[in-house]
Write a new protein. Structure first.
Length: 45
């Protein structure tokens, strides 16, 4: 489970860096942050 989330997170961060518009970048970063929170909560268990 963790590796899959990590890969998706890395993908989203890369997309955010490539994003043309600010809104798109912010949306991707929010999505990545949600994933990271999910991953962190799994690690706590």
């Amino acid at each position: 489970m963790g590796k899959k989330i990590e890969k998706k997170y890395a993908e989203l961060m890369h997309q955010a860096q490539q994003a043309i518009g600010r809104k798109e970048a912010v949306r991707l970063l929010h999505k990545a942050a949600k994933l990271k929170n999910k991953f962190d909560s799994y690690e706590m268990m």
